[in-house]
Design a protein around this ligand. Structure first.
Ligand SMILES: [Zn+2]
Length: 128
């Protein structure tokens, strides 16, 4: 199956193969190194970029101890990165007043040594 994804909004070059796309049923699975399709269990998975502009589905500001290396408060969001795939991730904003539900987001890496687990998002700038 040939997919023609929208241009992914990567902040760093090494993140593009983020999702696994099932050849059998077409379901997207995250992360791309999953053992099998989350829908049908098939292991014929292709690593693919995000097929859509990520959308912010929910967000919350977390106070108190969050995780080592993070200074609270932090904004955590649920971001839809593919149909039916919603991931919890840090949202790189100063505070949640900059956020609106369902707004388009872009993925960025936390730093140059980043992996999929360091994935973060920020609001997609209007001009592109
Ligand atoms: Zn499948």
């Amino acid at each position: 199956m040939t997919t023609s994804p929208l241009m992914p909004a990567w902040g760093v070059d090494h993140l593009p193969t983020l999702l696994a796309h099932c050849r059998r049923c077409g379901t997207y699975t995250f992360p791309s190194n999953a053992w099998g399709c989350r829908e049908c269990g098939d292991d014929t998975l292709d690593k693919v970029p995000m097929p859509q502009t990520p959308r912010l589905r929910n967000f919350i500001t977390v106070y108190g101890d969050v995780a080592p290396g993070l200074t609270s408060p932090v904004v955590v969001g649920e971001v839809e990165i593919a149909p039916g795939v919603v991931e919890e991730a840090l949202i790189a904003v100063a505070d949640e007043s900059q956020l609106k539900l369902d707004m388009p987001m872009e993925a960025i890496g936390a730093d140059s040594a980043d992996t999929q687990r360091g994935l973060r998002f920020r609001p997609l700038k209007a001009q592109r």
